[in-house]
Design a protein around this ligand. Structure first.
Ligand SMILES: [Mn+2]
Length: 376
């Protein structure tokens, strides 16, 4: 890991921010709330792997200088990065406010502070306005999203490992399935298996959906039992060094019906189409259109009800979607999912999701679990 990557990442954010807003930004200030209102950009900039940093702040300057304001509780975690940034410890909220006021108000003539409006809570913003009445606040959230979207080598290595852990858990999961086992038990098994394989934990709440429940894309496991002839859908991911993977596989428990086989093959083909369409220079919307138009040429027209994918990183939904709603162009070293599905209420659904990293000439698939139809 390059020793100065905090400086590199900060400079990258400033460069994009200043070209977006066309004005000078004196500093970028991140302020965390309490869990779950934590800005993961805090970890992007610091590279810290441990800690929550509730209530903590981070200030970065255009030359790459960064100060992390931490409570005593997180001090030991923060000190792990002290070669890349300064660590300043506060006693309580008032102490932090005093230090922020003194350290950052460099110019009495007013100065501009970049904030991440995607993550800063309204309360924290109101507090900052009181602290710096003369400052001009500039929203740099889209620059942060863009900077985080194109990954560097150490980020890709972490996601790759997270994807490997999730992929390795899949065959173990198949061995665990049996008549009458519940969605709860299988999701607990998956989480434990990923940790056993080296994950910090699951990257989001594991989805295990049997039978007709597989028609709900954001389903939560319940005490539903596995029965012969059911689709069984598993959407899960591992977190490794804070980076997420996100995979979905669907199998048939028992012998697949003709219709189940047909739905599966269409989704399988749509998944490959999406991967093949993911290249440097294409618009995210074009990838989605290729996938959704293909599904709409089949008798399952209209049954693909979400975007084709989303970027993955520190957050499992890391800022952009693979859909016309995101106007951006695909660049080298972006990491995102391709996850078409077909959902039929009352019957069930199939989704096949992979994580891919965009390389110079093609997409590299990071999730290596098998994708042919499996009848368990
Ligand atoms: Mn996903």
């Amino acid at each position: 890991m390059p020793a100065n990557f905090t400086e590199q990442r900060i400079k990258k954010i400033f460069k994009i921010a200043e070209s977006n807003v066309k004005e000078k930004i004196d500093l970028i200030l991140l302020k965390n709330g309490t869990e779950p209102h934590l800005d993961l950009s805090f970890f992007y900039i610091t590279g810290l792997e441990a800690g929550l940093f509730e209530g903590c702040a981070l200030a970065s300057y255009p030359d790459g200088e960064t100060r992390v304001y931490t409570s005593k509780l997180e001090e030991q975690s923060a000190l792990k990065g002290k070669d890349r940034f300064q660590v300043i410890t506060f006693k309580d909220r008032d102490h932090l406010a005093k230090m922020l006021k003194k350290d950052l108000a460099r110019s009495s003539n007013g100065f501009s502070i970049g904030i991440n409006s995607n993550e800063l809570t309204h309360k924290n913003f109101e507090d900052l306005k009181k602290l710096y009445p003369k400052a001009k606040f500039v929203d740099v959230s889209s620059a942060i999203v863009m900077a985080r979207m194109v990954k560097d080598d150490q980020e890709i290595a972490a996601i790759k490992q997270a994807a490997q852990i999730a992929s390795k858990a899949f065959p173990k999961l198949l061995d665990f399935l049996k008549d009458g086992i519940t969605e709860y038990k299988v999701s607990a098994f998956l989480n434990a298996t990923m940790q056993d394989l080296g994950a910090q934990g699951p990257s989001f709440d594991t989805i295990v959906a049997f039978g007709e429940n597989s028609a709900e894309p954001h389903y939560s496991p319940r005490d539903v039992k596995l029965r012969k002839g059911y689709f069984a859908l598993f959407d899960y991911g591992a977190k490794f060094r804070r980076y997420c993977s996100d995979i979905t596989r669907t199998v048939v428990y028992g012998k697949a019906s003709k219709q189940q086989r047909e739905i599966y093959q269409i989704v399988r083909e749509a998944n490959q189409l999406g991967i093949d369409a993911s290249r440097v220079g294409v618009k995210a919307g074009e990838i989605h259109q290729k996938v959704s138009r293909f599904i709409d040429t089949t008798k399952y027209k209209g049954r693909f009800i979400h975007s084709t994918g989303h970027t993955v990183g520190l957050a499992v939904h890391d800022g952009a979607v693979i859909h016309p709603a995101f106007k951006g162009t695909i660049e080298e070293n972006m990491v995102f999912t391709i996850e078409p599905g077909i959902y039929i209420p009352g019957l069930g659904g199939v989704r096949i999701e992979d994580d891919i990293v965009i390389r110079k000439n093609k997409a590299e698939v990071l999730t290596t679990a098998p994708k042919e139809l499996i009848e368990v």
